[in-house]
Design a protein around this ligand. Structure first.
Ligand code: ATP
Ligand code: MG
Length: 502
């Protein structure tokens, strides 16, 4: 035995010596050939086929392979109970853990009475860097093994089933995201991604949204019908998307409505800042890189770009925007930084051109404070299918806010508030501010009285303003009449002088 061990040691030593003497290219070639012939020989007797799915492949140029991710989800849901060694991925802000099979594990999946073997594996490059903090040089893959006679079934049915189910699980369990576009200059020159994102967690829902209940139900039904109409859109030959235009004064709940819509349908939000988009080509690039089941939002579309042609150049004073210093500053900044060459036709193409069909199940939402400023081409039906007016607080709206903020459905002060709301305009944002208790001592009655006071102040301010406006109007008319009289006198004089000349 000792003699045998000694001989074996010598043989291994000699093998290692010869290997060290041979150049690396020879070893690679030699092993490559041997492996090829072994596989060929094995293939004659081996009754199974194997299909590999790599984590990164050349066909999908961006990031991880979608098929690999779908298989990972499928296996973790269906087979992770069978695997003995699992890998934990922490998701949803450390709130939950998804288990997937660890490297070199094998699980058996059964579908329609047929058995399939899945193994997870990885290839490690021969020359791995000695110091490496990341394992991105390792290439992971899943290998599916099944009987040779199941070849058609596996390619036509089973793989499709795995991918569909994996994608469904991913959609159900994903964390929703709020994306914003990076500046064109950045993703052009520094190879940055086109979109950056954070986790989307907004508490607004259709229950907390204060608006006329009938109108709310109508929007809710519209959205739910849209989300279930995949086949219908296909039948009528339309791409599966819908445009919403939300308009109304600042503080009436347009952004809250967007968040409620996204929460209802569980969509991601792509908040598109048009001023950061250099031209129509970049706009298209951004569009292509949005996913399905998402909302593309352009807020304050009238301020975003000079999309309204000549009307924009008049530089009218916006009373509402003047009140809102943030929007004023925004406008000034955009005027200063006028680098964007996105045109109205580029934007129209973005909404319903050929490229817009690249994703499906998508909402495009515009908001504006001034619907009258938008080009009719931009908001015609088919582009912006549904126009929703978000308006000042009415009694129905107030009741929802009172329920949200104070947990009251009725109160003896409600009739007074209802009357005052009918007599003056106040935004839901202002009503909500009055209703919110500012200390533990402030109960329902105090808050309702605060609101009554603010409504009375607003009413008085509106009265004074209308008096001032009427006086200004009278002054302008008086000046107008005076100048008309002067003109008439001039004409008369010139007539007289021409008569005397005659
Ligand atoms: N209809 C509403 N229902 C519930 N809350 C509302 C409503 N409108 C306004 N609010 C409250 O007022 C705040 C401001 O509303 P929001 O940002 O949705 O207004 P907006 O219409 O988007 O305004 P802007 O035109 O300035 O962007 C919100 O945080 C919300 O709390
Ligand atoms: Mg808003």
């Amino acid at each position: 035995m000792m003699w045998f061990m000694g001989q074996l040691g010598q043989l291994i030593g000699a093998g290692m010596f010869i290997r060290a003497m041979l150049p690396q290219w020879f070893i690679d070639q030699f092993y490559g050939h041997i492996e090829k012939y072994i596989h060929k020989l094995f293939g004659y007797f081996y009754p199974y086929i194997q299909i590999s799915f790599h984590e990164y492949n050349t066909a999908e140029s961006f990031g991880r392979s979608k098929a690999y991710a779908a298989i990972e989800r499928y296996l973790s849901a269906n087979s992770s109970t069978l695997a003995k060694r699992l890998r934990a991925n922490v998701v949803k802000n450390c709130q939950s853990v998804v288990l997937s099979m660890d490297d070199y594990e094998e699980v058996i999946d059964e579908f329609n009475g047929v058995k399939f073997w899945w193994t997870s594996s990885k290839t490690i490059p021969l020359q791995q860097p000695f110091f490496s903090y990341r394992d991105d040089s390792e290439k992971r893959f899943y290998r599916l093994t099944c009987h040779r006679k199941q070849r058609d079934f596996v390619t036509n049915v089973y793989i499709k089933h795995v991918l569909d189910e994996g994608n469904d699980i991913a959609l159900r369990t994903r964390q929703r995201k709020l994306y914003t576009n990076n500046k064109s200059d950045d993703f052009r020159s520094y190879h940055q991604k086109t979109w950056s994102h954070i986790i989307f967690e907004h508490p607004s829902t259709f229950d907390t949204l204060a608006m006329d209940p009938k109108k709310k139900d109508e929007i809710l039904n519209d959205l739910l019908t849209f989300s279930k109409s995949k086949d219908y859109y296909k039948k009528v030959g339309k791409s599966w998307k819908r445009g919403y235009l939300l308009y109304g004064p600042p503080g009436t709940g347009k952004s809250s409505m967007i968040a409620a819509m996204a929460n209802l349908l569980e969509y991601d939000i792509y908040d598109l800042e048009l001023a950061s988009v250099k031209d129509n080509t970049d706009l298209r690039k951004l569009l292509i890189e949005t996913s399905s089941k998402s909302m593309i939002v352009i807020e304050d579309i009238d301020c975003s770009l000079d999309l309204t042609g000549k009307r924009k150049e008049k530089q009218e004073d916006d009373k509402d925007d003047k009140k809102d210093p943030i929007k004023e500053m925004d406008k000034m900044a955009k005027k200063k930084d006028k680098k964007s060459e996105v045109t109205l036709s580029g934007l129209l193409n973005f909404i319903d051109g050929l490229w817009s069909a690249c994703g499906s199940e998508r909402l495009i939402v515009f908001t504006t404070n001034h619907i009258e400023k938008l080009d009719p081409a931009l908001i015609r039906r088919g582009r912006m299918d549904k126009h929703i007016e978000m308006s000042y607080c009415c009694f129905e709206t107030f009741k929802v806010l009172a329920n949200n903020y104070l947990d009251v459905e009725t109160h003896e002060l409600f009739p007074t508030i209802g009357r005052l709301l009918g007599e003056t305009n106040m935004t839901p944002a202002d009503v909500a501010e009055s209703l919110m208790p500012k200390s533990d001592e402030e109960g329902v009655e105090v808050c309702l009285n605060k609101l009554i006071k603010s409504l009375e102040v607003a009413k008085e301010e509106a009265r004074l303003k209308s008096v001032e406006d009427a006086m200004n109007k009278c002054k302008v008319e008086a000046v107008g009449e005076k100048s008309e009289d002067n003109n008439d006198q001039k004409v008369e004089k010139s007539d007289e002088s021409s008569d005397s000349k005659d």
